[in-house]
Design a protein around this ligand. Structure first.
Ligand code: SAH
Length: 215
């Protein structure tokens, strides 16, 4: 079988797996079935491109697990036309997924080699609505603010104040919050100038089962 066909079959299998895992948005599922993840992973792990797992990339970083990419994207409820700020470009895979669904994506990465490699792949794939910046994403990028959506791909103890400030009124910010050992994915909406926690759509945990589980 030729590699191209093999990748597309694996991509569709992953798409089914994501749907079974609780991703509901048809547009997110369609994009996950379209963006070639194999182009964003190093050659040595290309055969694992469609396993639902994080994989190593350069600079000791990882390309996020497809399920997390889909879940975070779904939580942003993109309709098209939004201005999105992403913190942690990494491989650029999540950036491509966002670029398919939003109007414009500005993505910040602190490791220049990662940003450069992501830029090369995104350009080869023809994404024109993406701007990559090398810098510290905890400071956001005031020049482009306000943003309708902000996606943070690296864990933080709390929402960086600059990101809260640069989020547009009514906008959504999604971020893994917690310690280095344990994090939960949180979505916030800016209402009346303040962040309000919003339960993540499609987020499913196994039930707590026991004598005092409230049932
Ligand atoms: N979603 C991306 C990668 C996630 S890994 C993908 O799928 O490929 C998180 C990335 O965040 C890493 O590349 C790391 O270098 C970057 N990062 C961590 N702290 C950062 C900061 N303060 N500013 C910008 N990027 C940061």
């Amino acid at each position: 079988m030729c590699a191209k066909y093999e990748h597309s079959a694996a991509r569709h299998a992953l798409q089914r797996e994501l749907a079974e895992g609780g991703i509901r948005s048809p547009s997110v599922l369609a994009v996950m079935g379209r963006v070639p993840r194999e182009r964003f992973v190093p050659e040595g792990v290309r055969h694992l491109a469609y396993a639902d797992r994080a994989l190593p990339i350069a600079c000791d970083q990882t390309i996020s697990q497809p399920y997390i990419v889909a879940l975070m994207t779904e939580s942003l409820a993109l309709k098209g036309g939004e201005r999105v700020l992403e913190i942690g470009t990494g491989s650029g895979y999540q950036t491509a997924v966002l670029a398919e669904l939003a109007g414009e994506v500005i993505s910040i990465e602190r490791h220049e080699p990662l940003s450069q490699e992501a830029a090369r792949v995104l350009e080869e794939l023809g994404y024109k609505n993406v701007q990559l910046i090398v810098g510290d994403g905890t400071l956001g990028w005031p020049e482009g603010a306000p943003y309708d959506r902000i996606l943070v791909a690296a864990a933080a103890a709390h929402v960086p104040p600059a990101l809260e400030e640069q989020l547009a009124e009514g906008g959504t910010l999604v971020i893994p919050v917690g310690s280095s050992q344990q994090q939960t994915l949180e979505a916030y909406r800016k209402v009346g100038g303040r962040l309000v926690a919003e339960p993540l759509s499609g987020c499913r945990f196994v039930p707590l089962v026991g004598a005092e589980d409230g049932e």
